[in-house]
Design a protein around this ligand. Sequence first.
Ligand code: PRP
Ligand code: MG
Ligand code: ZN
Length: 226
Amino acid sequence: SPAVRDRLRIAIQKSGRLSEPARALLASAGLSWRESRDRLFCYGESLPVDLLLVRDDDIPGLIADGVCDLGIVGRNVLAEQAGEREAAGLPVVFREWRALGFGGCRLSIAVPDGWDWQGPAQLAGKRIATSYPNLLRAWLRAQAIEADIVVLNGSVEIAPRLGQADLICDLVSSGATLAANQLKPVLDILHSEAVLAGPVTPFVDARAELAELLLRRMDGVLRIRD
Ligand code: PRP
Ligand code: MG
Ligand code: ZN
Protein backbone atom coordinates (compact mmCIF):
# COMPACT_ATOMS: atom_id res chain seq x y z
CA SER A 1 0.00 0.00 0.00
CA PRO A 2 1.26 3.52 -0.74
CA ALA A 3 2.96 5.44 2.05
CA VAL A 4 0.73 7.98 3.74
CA ARG A 5 2.25 11.47 3.79
CA ASP A 6 1.02 14.84 4.97
CA ARG A 7 3.47 16.90 2.90
CA LEU A 8 3.59 17.18 -0.87
CA ARG A 9 6.86 16.69 -2.76
CA ILE A 10 7.44 18.36 -6.11
CA ALA A 11 10.45 17.49 -8.26
CA ILE A 12 11.92 20.06 -10.61
CA GLN A 13 15.04 20.20 -12.75
CA LYS A 14 18.10 21.10 -10.69
CA SER A 15 19.71 23.11 -13.47
CA GLY A 16 18.79 23.59 -17.08
CA ARG A 17 16.20 25.30 -19.21
CA LEU A 18 13.16 24.46 -17.07
CA SER A 19 14.78 25.11 -13.72
CA GLU A 20 14.28 28.86 -13.29
CA PRO A 21 10.81 29.15 -14.88
CA ALA A 22 9.62 26.17 -12.81
CA ARG A 23 10.76 27.83 -9.58
CA ALA A 24 9.22 31.12 -10.67
CA LEU A 25 5.86 29.48 -11.35
CA LEU A 26 5.80 27.73 -7.98
CA ALA A 27 6.82 30.96 -6.24
CA SER A 28 4.01 32.82 -8.04
CA ALA A 29 1.66 30.15 -6.71
CA GLY A 30 2.69 31.17 -3.19
CA LEU A 31 5.29 28.56 -2.34
CA SER A 32 8.49 29.47 -0.55
CA TRP A 33 11.46 27.48 0.67
CA ARG A 34 14.45 27.91 2.86
CA GLU A 35 17.07 28.49 0.17
CA SER A 36 20.37 26.70 0.19
CA ARG A 37 22.66 26.53 -2.82
CA ASP A 38 23.83 22.96 -2.48
CA ARG A 39 20.78 21.42 -0.98
CA LEU A 40 18.78 19.15 -3.27
CA PHE A 41 15.82 19.04 -0.89
CA CYS A 42 14.16 22.36 -0.04
CA TYR A 43 11.76 22.33 2.89
CA GLY A 44 8.57 24.25 2.15
CA GLU A 45 7.89 27.17 4.46
CA SER A 46 4.63 28.79 3.38
CA LEU A 47 2.89 25.45 2.75
CA PRO A 48 3.76 21.81 3.47
CA VAL A 49 5.09 21.46 -0.06
CA ASP A 50 8.75 20.47 -0.42
CA LEU A 51 10.96 20.81 -3.47
CA LEU A 52 13.31 18.15 -4.80
CA LEU A 53 16.02 19.26 -7.26
CA VAL A 54 16.88 16.43 -9.66
CA ARG A 55 17.84 15.50 -13.23
CA ASP A 56 14.80 16.06 -15.44
CA ASP A 57 15.01 12.53 -16.84
CA ASP A 58 14.60 11.15 -13.31
CA ILE A 59 11.28 12.91 -12.67
CA PRO A 60 8.83 10.39 -14.24
CA GLY A 61 10.56 7.51 -12.43
CA LEU A 62 10.44 9.36 -9.10
CA ILE A 63 6.69 9.79 -9.54
CA ALA A 64 6.29 6.16 -10.61
CA ASP A 65 8.16 4.99 -7.51
CA GLY A 66 6.09 7.26 -5.26
CA VAL A 67 9.24 9.05 -4.08
CA CYS A 68 7.83 12.28 -5.47
CA ASP A 69 4.22 13.33 -5.82
CA LEU A 70 4.38 15.85 -8.65
CA GLY A 71 7.01 17.08 -11.07
CA ILE A 72 7.68 19.79 -13.61
CA VAL A 73 9.20 18.21 -16.68
CA GLY A 74 9.15 18.41 -20.46
CA ARG A 75 6.31 16.59 -22.20
CA ASN A 76 9.04 15.01 -24.36
CA VAL A 77 10.61 13.29 -21.32
CA LEU A 78 7.25 12.22 -19.90
CA ALA A 79 6.02 10.80 -23.23
CA GLU A 80 9.30 9.01 -23.95
CA GLN A 81 9.33 7.33 -20.56
CA ALA A 82 5.66 6.40 -20.85
CA GLY A 83 6.53 4.70 -24.15
CA GLU A 84 9.49 2.99 -22.53
CA ARG A 85 7.33 1.60 -19.73
CA GLU A 86 4.70 0.41 -22.18
CA ALA A 87 7.36 -1.32 -24.27
CA ALA A 88 8.63 -3.04 -21.12
CA GLY A 89 5.12 -4.17 -20.17
CA LEU A 90 5.02 -1.88 -17.13
CA PRO A 91 1.91 0.11 -16.21
CA VAL A 92 2.12 3.83 -16.98
CA VAL A 93 1.42 5.34 -13.57
CA PHE A 94 2.17 9.00 -14.33
CA ARG A 95 0.48 11.45 -16.67
CA GLU A 96 0.41 15.10 -17.71
CA TRP A 97 -1.78 17.12 -15.32
CA ARG A 98 -1.30 20.55 -16.89
CA ALA A 99 0.55 22.18 -19.76
CA LEU A 100 2.53 25.08 -18.27
CA GLY A 101 3.19 27.36 -21.25
CA PHE A 102 6.98 27.62 -21.02
CA GLY A 103 9.93 25.60 -22.28
CA GLY A 104 8.37 25.18 -25.70
CA CYS A 105 10.26 23.02 -28.20
CA ARG A 106 9.66 20.40 -30.89
CA LEU A 107 10.95 16.89 -31.29
CA SER A 108 11.94 17.06 -34.93
CA ILE A 109 13.41 14.95 -37.68
CA ALA A 110 16.40 16.85 -39.03
CA VAL A 111 18.46 15.98 -42.08
CA PRO A 112 21.76 17.26 -43.51
CA ASP A 113 21.39 20.68 -45.16
CA GLY A 114 22.27 19.20 -48.54
CA TRP A 115 19.34 16.77 -48.60
CA ASP A 116 16.55 17.39 -51.07
CA TRP A 117 13.64 16.57 -48.73
CA GLN A 118 10.84 14.64 -50.44
CA GLY A 119 8.90 13.32 -47.44
CA PRO A 120 8.89 10.59 -44.79
CA ALA A 121 9.30 7.73 -47.31
CA GLN A 122 12.85 8.98 -47.78
CA LEU A 123 13.69 7.76 -44.28
CA ALA A 124 13.32 4.05 -45.15
CA GLY A 125 16.50 2.11 -44.46
CA LYS A 126 18.26 5.12 -42.95
CA ARG A 127 20.02 5.33 -39.57
CA ILE A 128 18.42 7.91 -37.26
CA ALA A 129 20.23 9.10 -34.11
CA THR A 130 18.03 10.11 -31.18
CA SER A 131 17.65 10.25 -27.40
CA TYR A 132 13.95 9.48 -27.89
CA PRO A 133 13.88 5.90 -29.27
CA ASN A 134 10.36 5.12 -28.04
CA LEU A 135 8.74 8.23 -29.50
CA LEU A 136 10.66 7.81 -32.75
CA ARG A 137 9.81 4.09 -32.99
CA ALA A 138 6.11 4.80 -32.46
CA TRP A 139 6.15 7.53 -35.11
CA LEU A 140 8.03 5.34 -37.63
CA ARG A 141 5.59 2.50 -37.00
CA ALA A 142 2.61 4.79 -37.58
CA GLN A 143 4.18 5.91 -40.87
CA ALA A 144 4.98 2.27 -41.80
CA ILE A 145 8.63 3.19 -42.25
CA GLU A 146 11.46 0.82 -41.39
CA ALA A 147 14.62 2.57 -40.28
CA ASP A 148 17.45 1.94 -37.82
CA ILE A 149 17.42 3.84 -34.54
CA VAL A 150 20.80 4.79 -33.06
CA VAL A 151 20.35 5.73 -29.39
CA LEU A 152 22.56 8.53 -28.02
CA ASN A 153 22.09 10.31 -24.71
CA GLY A 154 23.35 13.69 -25.85
CA SER A 155 25.14 15.62 -28.61
CA VAL A 156 22.87 13.87 -31.07
CA GLU A 157 23.43 16.64 -33.62
CA ILE A 158 27.02 15.53 -34.22
CA ALA A 159 26.11 11.94 -35.23
CA PRO A 160 25.66 12.55 -38.98
CA ARG A 161 29.02 14.30 -39.28
CA LEU A 162 30.69 11.42 -37.43
CA GLY A 163 29.11 8.91 -39.80
CA GLN A 164 27.18 7.32 -36.91
CA ALA A 165 23.81 8.08 -38.47
CA ASP A 166 22.30 9.57 -41.63
CA LEU A 167 19.99 11.97 -39.84
CA ILE A 168 18.66 12.74 -36.36
CA CYS A 169 15.51 13.13 -34.30
CA ASP A 170 16.12 15.61 -31.49
CA LEU A 171 14.69 18.59 -29.64
CA VAL A 172 14.69 21.90 -31.44
CA SER A 173 14.11 25.14 -29.62
CA SER A 174 15.81 28.11 -31.33
CA GLY A 175 17.24 25.90 -34.08
CA ALA A 176 20.77 27.19 -33.39
CA THR A 177 22.23 23.77 -32.57
CA LEU A 178 20.87 22.26 -35.79
CA ALA A 179 22.15 25.17 -37.87
CA ALA A 180 25.59 24.98 -36.26
CA ASN A 181 25.75 21.33 -37.27
CA GLN A 182 24.57 21.81 -40.88
CA LEU A 183 21.22 20.14 -40.26
CA LYS A 184 17.70 21.31 -41.11
CA PRO A 185 14.40 20.32 -39.47
CA VAL A 186 11.92 18.74 -41.88
CA LEU A 187 9.18 17.27 -39.66
CA ASP A 188 7.96 17.66 -36.09
CA ILE A 189 6.92 14.46 -34.36
CA LEU A 190 5.99 16.05 -31.00
CA HIS A 191 5.21 19.54 -29.76
CA SER A 192 6.56 19.87 -26.27
CA GLU A 193 6.54 22.31 -23.37
CA ALA A 194 6.96 22.09 -19.63
CA VAL A 195 4.12 20.20 -17.95
CA LEU A 196 3.02 19.44 -14.43
CA ALA A 197 3.22 15.66 -14.12
CA GLY A 198 1.50 13.60 -11.46
CA PRO A 199 0.18 10.13 -10.73
CA VAL A 200 -2.69 8.56 -12.67
CA THR A 201 -4.44 7.59 -9.44
CA PRO A 202 -5.51 10.36 -7.04
CA PHE A 203 -3.93 10.89 -3.64
CA VAL A 204 -5.88 9.45 -0.73
CA ASP A 205 -4.29 11.37 2.17
CA ALA A 206 -3.56 15.03 3.01
CA ARG A 207 -1.71 15.36 -0.30
CA ALA A 208 -5.04 15.37 -2.16
CA GLU A 209 -6.07 18.70 -0.68
CA LEU A 210 -2.58 20.17 -1.06
CA ALA A 211 -2.39 19.15 -4.72
CA GLU A 212 -5.83 20.64 -5.32
CA LEU A 213 -4.83 23.92 -3.69
CA LEU A 214 -1.62 24.06 -5.68
CA LEU A 215 -3.42 23.32 -8.95
CA ARG A 216 -5.97 26.04 -8.27
CA ARG A 217 -3.24 28.58 -7.60
CA MET A 218 -1.17 27.49 -10.62
CA ASP A 219 -4.23 27.74 -12.85
CA GLY A 220 -4.75 31.27 -11.55
CA VAL A 221 -1.17 32.24 -12.36
CA LEU A 222 -1.34 30.65 -15.82
CA ARG A 223 -4.64 32.43 -16.61
CA ILE A 224 -3.14 35.80 -15.73
CA ARG A 225 -0.11 35.08 -17.93
CA ASP A 226 -2.26 34.23 -20.97
C1 PRP B 1 18.65 20.58 -26.20
C2 PRP B 1 18.43 19.66 -27.38
C3 PRP B 1 19.26 20.25 -28.46
C4 PRP B 1 19.24 21.73 -28.14
C5 PRP B 1 18.28 22.46 -29.04
O1 PRP B 1 19.78 20.22 -25.52
O2 PRP B 1 18.82 18.33 -27.08
O3 PRP B 1 20.56 19.74 -28.43
O4 PRP B 1 18.81 21.87 -26.78
O5 PRP B 1 18.16 23.83 -28.70
P1 PRP B 1 18.29 24.96 -29.81
O6 PRP B 1 17.39 24.59 -30.93
O7 PRP B 1 17.86 26.22 -29.11
O8 PRP B 1 19.72 25.01 -30.25
P2 PRP B 1 20.05 20.73 -24.04
O9 PRP B 1 20.73 22.05 -24.08
O10 PRP B 1 18.78 20.66 -23.26
O11 PRP B 1 21.10 19.71 -23.53
P3 PRP B 1 20.89 18.10 -23.32
O12 PRP B 1 20.42 17.57 -24.64
O13 PRP B 1 22.24 17.64 -22.97
O14 PRP B 1 19.87 17.95 -22.25
MG1 MG C 1 18.51 17.21 -20.65
ZN1 ZN D 1 20.36 17.96 -26.64
